[in-house]
Design a protein around this ligand. Structure first.
Ligand SMILES: [Zn+2]
Length: 696
C-alpha cells in the first residue's frame, strides 16, 4: 500500500490541483491526481461524493473522471501532502504564528466564534456541532444523534461525527483548530512520539487525554483533546519539569495513538487470555481435567503453550532475571524481577491457572501429577535466534503451587579481547586488589553475598581473565548460568547423585588448574575445596554470607579447621548490587535529617551529609519512569594478609577481623555504597534497600 501511495504522490500534478478550491476537495472528499487524454484521475475514499465531484471536475477541466478509491488513512495521507493549509501549520509552527487566522480557505469567517473558546466539554460539543450544522455539512438528525452519543460516551462530538462517517478527519481538525483558536498537532510531532511518549505516565495520559509529543528539553509540545482542562497542563510542569505547549488533537487520533503505544503488549496477552477463557468455558463436563491436560500436552501450538511462551519472551525482552508465578487468594499473578525489583506483569484468571502451571511442568519435564512436593527442572526455548535456558522450581504454598523461573543468559563466547576484568561499580582500586588476589596459583578465592548479588558474574569475569591456552579450567555449577567457550562446564545433578563434592572429586582426576565451584554450602564441598587448594589448584567459589569478615567464621562454623582456612583462603570479595540512577532524569537535592540518619549514626556526619548535594530518582521515558537504569556492584574486598591469618588461627571474632582489615585499607560495603551515592550514581534509598539501615 505504501508503494501505491508513493506512486500516486509522485504523479500529483500541482497545476491540475491548483485549479480546484481546497475547500471543495475537502467537502467532496476527492483529490485530482493528473489528466490523461480526456480523463482526470482522482483518488477518493468511502466518503467521496462521486456525483458532485464528477460534476465539479467536468466544470473545471471539462474531463471525465476516473476514481481510484483508497482506505481513509491512505487518502488522508495524500490529501495532507497537497493541502497547503496543513503545510502552513507545520511551517508556521516554528515561528509560532497562528495559522488558522490567515488561512485563505477559512470556512468560517465568523470571528465572534473564534474569540469565544469553549470552557467545558458541553460547550465544545455545542460549538463544533453548530458550526458543522450551520454550514450544512451535517443534517439535523446527525447532529442530534451525535450530541446524544457524545453525552452518553463522554466522547467529543467531532470524533463521533467522524466515526459516523458524517465528516472527514481533515475537516474535523480544521473545525477544532478554529473553535479552540489553537494549532493542530503536526506530522513532525507524531514522528517524535516514539521518543517522548513515556515522558508522562500512562494513567495520566489516559485520564487527561494528553499526549507528550515533542520536546526541545524546555518546552514540551503536547496534543490535547480537551484544551479547557488547563489544570492538567499545570501538572505536566511538576511531572516533567518542562513547560507544556498545547496543540489540539482529535479524540479519535488520540485514542488510536494510546492503543498503539500502551496496549500492544497488554492486548496480546489479553487476547490470548480471552481465548483461553473462552476455551476453558467451552470445556464440557465430559472432558476430565486429565483429558484436557493430555490434549494440551500433545499440542505445542495450543493457546496455553502460546500464552506460556509469551510470558517467557516478555521476560527476556524486559531483561527480567526471574519470573514469579504466585498464588493469591483468587488467582495467580505473574511478576518479573527487573533490576532486582519485582514488578507485577499480569493476573492469571483462576480458570486457566492450572493449564498454565501444567504447561510449565511439561516443558521442564516435572511430574505433572505432583502438587504437594517441591520440584525443579530446566528447559530451553529459542527466541530471536538465541537459546535461552530457564531453571524452574515449584513449591507448594497453602494448598496451591508457586513457581519461580530463573532466566539464564544466553551463551557467551570468551574472546581474547575481553580479558580485562570488568565489574560495573568497581573502582580501579578494587580491580587492582582482585587482580592481585588471582595471581596466586593456588588457594581459595570466594565471593559472598545473598542470592542475586552478582557473585557469579564476578567469578565469570575473573575466569575470563584467567582463561588462557595454558590452563585447564573446569566448572561445577548448578545451574550453568553462562556458557563459556573454552571452559569445561559440568552440571550438578543431585537426583543422579552428582553433588558439588562428588563432581569435584571426579574433576580433580582430570588435571585441572582452576576450578570454579558454584557454591560452597556444606562441609563436604568445603573439604574437597580445601584439599584441592592444598594440592596446588586455584578454587573459585561463592558463599552465602553477609560480609567478607563473616565469611571466614562461617567456614569454620561449617566444620573446617581454622588453620586450614587460614592457610588456603586467599581472599574474599563480598558484594551487593544497587540500582544505577537514570542519567537522563536524576534530580539534585539535599537530604533531610531523617534521610541522612538512615545511613549515619554520628550527628556530625549527618549534618555534613545534609549539606552535600546528592541525587535522587525521578523517572522519565528513558527509564520506564522508575528513575533507575541498570545496576552496579558494591564491593568489599578482603585479601587475607599475614595479620588476618593470625587472627583466624587464634579464633578471632568477625568484628576483630573486620577492624583489622579496615585498619589496613579495606573499604566496607557501606563505604563503597556511600561512594556511589556521593558520585551521584545511586541513592540513599537504594543503600537502605540493599544494605539496611545503619547499625545502631
Ligand atoms: Zn530516567
Amino acid at each position: 500500500m505504501d508503494e501505491k501511495i508513493q506512486k500516486l504522490k509522485a504523479n500529483i500534478n500541482k497545476e491540475v490541483v491548483s485549479k480546484f478550491d481546497i475547500a471543495k476537495l475537502n467537502e467532496f472528499q476527492f483529490l485530482p491526481i493528473n489528466v490523461k487524454n480526456t480523463t482526470l484521475f482522482a483518488v477518493g475514499n468511502q466518503h467521496t461524493n462521486k456525483h458532485e465531484a464528477g460534476e465539479l471536475i467536468k466544470a473545471v477541466c471539462g474531463c471525465e473522471t476516473q476514481f481510484i478509491f483508497l482506505p481513509n488513512e491512505a487518502f488522508e495521507e495524500l490529501f495532507v501532502s497537497i493541502n497547503p493549509q496543513t503545510e502552513e501549520i507545520s511551517n508556521t509552527e516554528q515561528h509560532g504564528i497562528q495559522a488558522t487566522e490567515e488561512t485563505p480557505t477559512d470556512l468560517n469567517p465568523n470571528k465572534e466564534v473564534e474569540r469565544q473558546v469553549p470552557k467545558t466539554f458541553a460547550e465544545m460539543n455545542k460549538m463544533v456541532g453548530d458550526i458543522l450544522y450551520n454550514k450544512g455539512e451535517i443534517t439535523e438528525v446527525q447532529l442530534a444523534e451525535a450530541m446524544e452519543d457524545a453525552k452518553k460516551r463522554l466522547e467529543p462530538i467531532g470524533s463521533i461525527l467522524y466515526q459516523m462517517g458524517a465528516i472527514a478527519l481533515p475537516r474535523l481538525r480544521t473545525v477544532l483548530s478554529e473553535v479552540f483558536n489553537m494549532e493542530n498537532v503536526t506530522t513532525e510531532m507524531f514522528k517524535a512520539l516514539d521518543k517522548n511518549i513515556k515522558m508522562l505516565p500512562e494513567d495520566f495520559i489516559r485520564e487527561n487525554k494528553i499526549l507528550p509529543m515533542f520536546t526541545d528539553g524546555k518546552i514540551l509540545k503536547v496534543g490535547v483533546v480537551e484544551p479547557y482542562n488547563t489544570a492538567s497542563l499545570k501538572e505536566i510542569v511538576y511531572i516533567t519539569g518542562q513547560n507544556p505547549k498545547p496543540y489540539i488533537i482529535t479524540s479519535f487520533e488520540f485514542e488510536q495513538t494510546v492503543d498503539k503505544y500502551f496496549s500492544k503488549e497488554k492486548k496480546q496477552s489479553d487476547n490470548i487470555l480471552k481465548k483461553l477463557e473462552a476455551e476453558a468455558s467451552q470445556l464440557s463436563v465430559e472432558d476430565s481435567l486429565w483429558e484436557q491436560i493430555d490434549k494440551e500436552l500433545q499440542e505445542n501450538s495450543g493457546t496455553v503453550a502460546e500464552f506460556v511462551n509469551k510470558i517467557l519472551t516478555d521476560a527476556i525482552d524486559l531483561k527480567a532475571s526471574d519470573i514469579h508465578i504466585e498464588p493469591r487468594l483468587k488467582n495467580h499473578v505473574v511478576r518479573y524481577r527487573i533490576d532486582g525489583i519485582l514488578r507485577h506483569a499480569l493476573d492469571l484468571p483462576a480458570k486457566i491457572e492450572q493449564p498454565v502451571l501444567t504447561r510449565f511442568k511439561v516443558l521442564s519435564r516435572m511430574n505433572i501429577a505432583e502438587h504437594r512436593r517441591p520440584q525443579d527442572g530446566t528447559f530451553t526455548i529459542n527466541y530471536k535466534d538465541k537459546e535461552f535456558d530457564f531453571r524452574i522450581n515449584s513449591l507448594p504454598v497453602s494448598g496451591k503451587e508457586k513457581m519461580v523461573i530463573r532466566v539464564l543468559a544466553p551463551a557467551v563466547t570468551l574472546n581474547s579481547s575481553e580479558k580485562e576484568i570488568k565489574l560495573m561499580g568497581a573502582s580501579e582500586r578494587d580491580i587492582q586488589k582482585i587482580k592481585k588476589l588471582i595471581t596466586s596459583p593456588n588457594g581459595i578465592i570466594l565471593t559472598s553475598g545473598p542470592t542475586g548479588s552478582g557473585k557469579t558474574t564476578t567469578l565469570y569475569s575473573i575466569l575470563k581473565n584467567l582463561n588462557t591456552e595454558g590452563v585447564n579450567i573446569t566448572t561445577i555449577e548448578d545451574p550453568i548460568e553462562i556458557k563459556l567457550e573454552g571452559v569445561n562446564q559440568s552440571q550438578v545433578n543431585v537426583k543422579a547423585g552428582i553433588t558439588f563434592a562428588s563432581c569435584m572429586r571426579a574433576i580433580l582426576r582430570q588435571d585441572p588448574d582452576i576450578i570454579l565451584v558454584g557454591e560452597i554450602r556444606d562441609y563436604e564441598t568445603l573439604e574437597v575445596a580445601i584439599s584441592a587448594a592444598l594440592t596446588g589448584h586455584l578454587v573459585l567459589s561463592t558463599v552465602h554470607t553477609n560480609s567478607a569478615a563473616s565469611t571466614l567464621t562461617r567456614l569454620i562454623e561449617m566444620g573446617a579447621k581454622d588453620y586450614l582456612v587460614s592457610s588456603t583462603l586467599m581472599g574474599v570479595i563480598s558484594q551487593r548490587l544497587v540500582r544505577h540512577l537514570c542519567a537522563d532524569c536524576k534530580e539534585e537535592y539535599y537530604p533531610s535529617h531523617e534521610e541522612a540518619a538512615q545511613i549515619f549514626n554520628d550527628e556530625e556526619d549527618i549534618q555534613k551529609l545534609m549539606q552535600t548535594k546528592l541525587y535522587r530518582a525521578k523517572g522519565c521515558g528513558q527509564c520506564d519512569m522508575t528513575g533507575y537504569k541498570g545496576r552496579m556492584g558494591v564491593y568489599e574486598i578482603l585479601p587475607i594478609s599475614k595479620e588476618i591469618r593470625k587472627l583466624i588461627s587464634q579464633g578471632a571474632h568477625d568484628i576483630e577481623i573486620e577492624d583489622a582489615a579496615i585498619a589496613t585499607g579495606m573499604k566496607t560495603l557501606s563505604q563503597s555504597c556511600l561512594n556511589h551515592i556521593l558520585n551521584g550514581e545511586t541513592t540513599i534509598s537504594e543503600y537502605v534497600r540493599v544494605l539496611g539501615l545503619v547499625n545502631e
